[in-house]
Design a protein around this ligand. Sequence first.
Ligand code: PLP
Length: 296
Amino acid sequence: MAIKLDLDIRLSGIDLELCTARNIQLQLLRLDQIHPAVSGNKWFKLRNYIKMVQQGQYAGIITFGGAYSNHLVATAAACHYHHIPCIGLVRGLEGSEAPTGSLLECRQWNMDLQFLSRTAYAQKNDPGFLAQLQEQYPEHLIIPEGGYGTPGIKGAGRINDYIPPDTDIIALPVGSGTTIMGIINELNDKQQAIGFAAIKQGEYLKDMIQQHCDHTNWKLETEYHFGGFGKHKPELIHFINDFRRQQGITLDFVYTAKMMYGLLHCIEKYDWQDKKIVALHTGGLQGNRSIQHLLP
Ligand SMILES: *Cc1c(COP(=O)(O)O)cnc(C)c1O
């Protein structure tokens, strides 16, 4: 059975005085509604890797992630639906003693979790480490953290198929940068992409994006990380709660809330009069489990 994904992806209009005053049309592309576990951009990044396994070259998938990782949960669920054995290498040994909700969900989807010390995990992109891992699992496809790599980037580019061609600005959150690279590569001539780094000191991402993209019509905002990856502040939590009350849409605190907060700032800051903006709701709502007590 193939995964049942709802790829009839909708746009939700966002109704804000900030936008109407500038004749800006702001819509959210609801990638969060694709599937509860394989949500958002994660399916787009994974689909080419899944195809490579289905074509028979590999017996399973190995990938990497932290104890709250959306990518691990999405990979576990996608592999389950496609009957692909999968191994998740988890950052930090503490997760084996006290598994998070995300890790428990990975196990429910039958992912085999193996825990690495932070030092061992830091080698995740080291050629020597990867060669050794491949030797240990000769028939497994190793997917880098976040689905990073050419198949992931190409898959993410298919998100553009769901964005109206007359959109001026495409806004999205950025972690590994894989998704925005795919989006940039598929921009049409009138479109601009604007990314919001979910991590502290995200400037290095600009060089990475440049290496993978020919288009220059993009920007990366690095000031809206709220203290760093997975960090939050009361202001961000208020924003999430207000946004849900006003628009009826839940944002995740790691990525989409920081993007939307930053985007509304940019609408004040830049001259975007009359523009059509589509922001990507890239999902990640499973991650809100860890701050459920702050979200009434
Ligand atoms: C993983 C993730 C991102 C970041 O995507 P990258 O391709 O790693 O930049 C953004 N939003 C959500 C909800 C995610 O889970």
